[in-house]
Design a protein around this ligand. Structure first.
Ligand SMILES: [Fe+2]
Length: 236
């Protein structure tokens, strides 16, 4: 069986709007395992005025869940879904928020209506500080949705694109599904995350998305975005 990655999920208990407690988080680990996921980068939100859990608490909760992940033979790493702010670089430098698994990759989230120039400027600030921005669920932003030239420009700057597994398999509608497929065909997609928050509504469908990508674009391609690319995050 393939050892898939989930690079975006809200599985650490009690630190954001994801897993509410350890029991739910363990059930989420089991759900990931059923999907064929072996390696999980947990990415709790950091967003001013909404999710400001201090890193010490996040690390403590992460350690609790890591013990459970070890028992299930799952590899759990710490990351963060960092909502774009002017202070992003200084906070990363001060280690107030986590990069992805201690690498230079940073999962960065924007608001749906953020302008292209805003996104470009934030991405540039991260790259010039030596970070590798991974733009979270790009299918959600007006400035990027179906804007292949702009996405390509960001990729050429050094940004990496992530979409959610649900979007790939059509859970967010046909138009979003088609957009994701085009991203894959144009080779503009680097990562897939489940963005799971629980076991009921916002679940992990990584395995289903892998199967879809393998069927449409071939197994080698699917391996690249679900295994090889994320493997580089944990091995840098
Ligand atoms: Fe998320």
């Amino acid at each position: 069986m393939k050892e898939l990655f989930d690079v975006h999920c809200h599985i650490i208990p009690g630190v954001d709007d994801g897993a509410r407690n350890l029991e739910e988080a363990v059930n989420m680990l089991l759900m990931e395992k059923k999907q064929g996921v072996k390696n999980i980068i947990a990415t709790p939100h950091f967003r001013f005025k909404m999710f400001e859990t201090d890193l010490q608490t996040v690390k403590k909760q992460f350690a609790l869940l890591k013990r459970e992940a070890d028992k299930l033979e799952l590899n759990l790493y710490l990351g963060c879904e960092f909502h774009s702010t002017m202070e992003m670089v200084s906070m990363l430098k001060k280690e107030q928020v986590s990069t992805m698994a201690g690498s230079r990759y940073v999962l960065v989230e924007f608001s749906g209506g953020d302008s292209a120039s805003h996104i470009k400027e934030r991405v540039y600030s991260l790259i010039s500080a030596g970070y590798k921005p991974v733009i979270a669920h790009i299918e959600r932003y007006e400035a990027l949705y179906k804007q292949y030239d702009f996405i390509e420009e960001l990729a050429e700057m050094g940004a990496r694109m992530q979409v959610n597994a649900d979007s790939i398999i059509g859970k967010e509608g046909f138009s979003v599904k088609r957009f994701c497929k085009k991203l894959m065909q144009y080779d503009l997609l680097s990562f897939v995350g489940s963005d799971c928050h629980d076991c009921r509504e916002r679940v992990s469908r990584i395995g289903e998305a892998y199967a879809y990508a393998a069927k449409k674009l071939g197994e080698d391609y699917a391996d690249r975005i679900f295994i090889t690319n994320p493997y580089k995050i944990i091995n840098l």
